[in-house]
Design a protein around this ligand. Structure first.
Ligand SMILES: [Zn+2]
Ligand SMILES: [Zn+2]
Length: 326
């Protein structure tokens, strides 16, 4: 089969490699669509510590089972590989697993015609759900996990930093979750226009432009950018919640007022990847909670991987996908 192989950081090409053979409990999925996200960029650049090389990346995908008892099923695949035996797995928090792994991050993934995956990770999707939409389930399941960390969201006012793919997903989930209003901040005004079309009540390049002197009950950072994070922490209403959803560099630090956290009883929560949220993301995708067609702006074939990477790096559009079989 043909696959995008990252030989080592900075070095990749499309190669012919043997078709995957399913191990015990595994099936082979013929990949119809696979998304590119920031983690893939880090893997290409050698900045994702758990990744061994060479590796076939690709962890956001949808396709058809072509080998095994469930042959013919169209599935979205939860890439999570939790050990099941460590402290965190045993308390139901597998995304914090001490031996954390994921398809496309620590073992060969879906930037290929075929990929072998545990059958248990395969979630059936309706045959008429476009595969491109199915490949959005994984990022959506991260957003759903983010919502699991928020409480008392009905009727809340939300402030979201970042109108990229994840920020726009959080926006649409906030609307679904019964937000009274959602305000979105991004430096890119084109992105803000999309945010408004997807339900944002107010948008701005600087939160000072909004008129909410008491702040927001829920503030979510989807940028990982320190200036946004520091600003966001000051915008939380007394008794409200700040969520760190965006990925900041591992060695970055941000300033905040411990007195405010104490005195205003601010809750600060983090959200990392997927746990117990994939099935609900499938349901939400099928229900149309996310405007998938607006989210996906580019589709490339495997041979255009460099182009796809460049488009991602340039911040062009929103979700960029690869269709490995054209
Ligand atoms: Zn991802
Ligand atoms: Zn574990």
């Amino acid at each position: 089969m043909r696959a995008l192989v990252i030989e080592k950081p900075g070095e990749y090409s499309v190669q012919s490699i043997p078709d995957p053979t399913p191990g015990p409990g595994e099936v082979v999925v013929e990949v119809a669509a696979v998304g590119i996200c920031g983690t893939d960029i880090h893997i290409v650049e050698g900045e994702f510590p758990p990744t061994p090389y060479p590796i076939v990346p690709g962890h956001e995908f949808c396709g058809e089972i072509v080998d095994g008892p469930r042959s013919g099923e169209k599935v979205a695949v939860d890439p999570s590989l939790f050990c099941g035996a460590c402290h965190y797995c045993r308390i139901g928090r597998g995304n914090l697993c001490e031996r954390w792994g994921a398809i496309g991050d620590t073992v060969n993934g879906a930037m290929a015609e075929f990929v072998a995956v545990p059958a248990a990770n395969c979630y059936p999707v309706p045959a008429d759900l476009p595969a491109a939409h199915g490949a959005l389930v994984e990022p959506l399941s991260c957003a759903v996990h983010g919502f699991d960390g928020l409480s008392r969201t009905l009727g809340a006012h939300y402030l979201i930093y970042g109108a990229g793919t994840m920020g726009l997903m959080m926006l649409q989930l906030a609307v679904t979750a019964g937000a009274t209003s959602v305000s979105v901040v991004d430096l890119n005004t084109d992105r803000l226009q999309v945010a408004r079309s997807l339900g944002a009540d107010a948008t701005a390049t600087n939160a000072d432009e909004f008129d909410r002197p008491h702040g927001w009950e829920v503030v979510i950072d989807c940028t990982g950018a320190i200036p946004a994070i520091e600003d966001g922490l000051t915008r939380v209403r007394r008794g409200g919640t700040y969520q760190q959803f965006g990925v900041a560099p591992g060695d970055a630090t941000a300033a905040f007022s411990p007195f405010r956290i104490y005195n205003d009883e601010i809750t600060v929560v983090g959200s990392m990847a997927v746990v117990h949220s994939f099935g609900r993301a499938v349901d939400l995708m099928c229900k149309g909670a996310i405007d998938a067609d607006t989210m996906i702006t580019h589709t490339f074939v495997l041979d255009q991987f460099s182009e796809a990477l460049q488009a991602f790096r340039d911040g062009i559009g929103r979700k960029i996908q690869i269709a490995p079989r054209g």
